[in-house]
Design a protein around this ligand. Structure first.
Ligand code: NAP
Length: 252
């Protein structure tokens, strides 16, 4: 059974590992190409956009794909919308691995805002020290609030021209530990964290550290992300694919 996995997440990498060890599947992992040195994967990997819905439909047909798994990040809404549209057009089954959102715990002080622009406004007029933990693509939104000192942690250096003037860049890739997050927040004298609600454990330590240090978090809400058949884990995705594998090819 030919499978296309839309990746760029720990769930997609885990599913790639499961599929690589299962002779019933001939799977390809697709990455957007945002990171220049992505982690090595055990599956055939293609990199770069497909060219919208039309390009994705073409790719699916040319590669004779039987099913698609969307395991993209909760904030990668455009790719998911394209996946839903392409599967509607081709009639292919689509499973979507949805990572549960973090929920505020006792001791958390969260302010939820709709997007990065609203997060910049929510920081207020008084200058403060801000940890930006939202990737590199939306850092430009904070140029609108230049009175603050920003520490931005990203995997790759940002490429936008319009960045906030007082910005310190830290390049690091999770997972992160609570103790080191506490050390970072103290060393940089951070007053407030801006974060996406990514869910999962790899980047949750900063939320725990904020709770421990009594720091507020401005949480950017998740976008509406279209989905196919909702799956809760890579293991569920594998089981769902097993259920769809043609009987004649099962056990091959
Ligand atoms: P997006 O806004 O939903 O997608 C923008 C465009 O990038 C898509 O239309 C598609 O281009 C291309 N694309 C996205 N994911 C792709 C994939 N897995 N394979 C091939 N092309 C892909 O996505 P994004 O938020 O920029 O995220 C890009 C990638 O980074 C995704 O793989 C996502 O899982 C990962 N990621 C995102 C975040 C985040 O906060 N957004 C965090 C961690 C990881 P075409 O229309 O040309 O096909």
């Amino acid at each position: 059974m030919r499978v296309l996995v839309l990746g760029g997440t720990t769930e997609a990498s885990a599913l790639a590992g499961l599929l690589a060890g299962d002779a019933r599947f001939d799977a390809t992992l697709s990455l957007a190409g945002r990171t220049s040195a992505p982690r090595a994967q055990p599956l055939a990997t293609r990199v770069g956009g497909f060219g919208g819905v039309d390009g994705l439909v073409r790719w699916l047909r040319e590669a004779n794909v039987d099913a698609m798994i969307d395991a993209t990040h909760p904030y990668a809404a455009r790719m998911s919308a394209n996946a839903v549209a392409a599967c509607a057009r081709t009639g292919l089954p689509l499973g979507s691995v949805i990572r549960p959102a973090w929920e505020p715990q006792p001791g958390d002080t969260w302010q939820t805002v709709p997007d990065a622009g609203a997060a910049a406004l929510a920081l207020g007029r008084r200058p403060c020290r801000v940890l930006l933990s939202l990737g590199r693509q939306e850092l430009h939104a904070f140029a609108a609030a230049p009175q603050h000192h920003y520490v931005a942690r990203t995997i790759e250096a940002p490429q936008q021209a319009a960045l906030p003037p007082d910005l310190k860049l830290l390049q690091a890739r999770g997972p992160f530990e609570r103790d080191s997050e506490i050390r970072l927040l103290k060393a940089e004298e951070i007053d407030v964290i801006v974060s996406k609600n990514s869910g999962g454990s790899a980047t949750y330590a900063k939320i725990e550290a904020a709770r421990d240090l009594d720091l507020p978090v401005i949480m950017i809400a998740r976008p509406d992300k279209p989905a196919g058949h909702v799956l809760n884990s890579p293991q569920e995705a594998l089981a769902w694919l097993h259920g769809r594998a043609p009987a004649s090819r099962r056990g091959v």
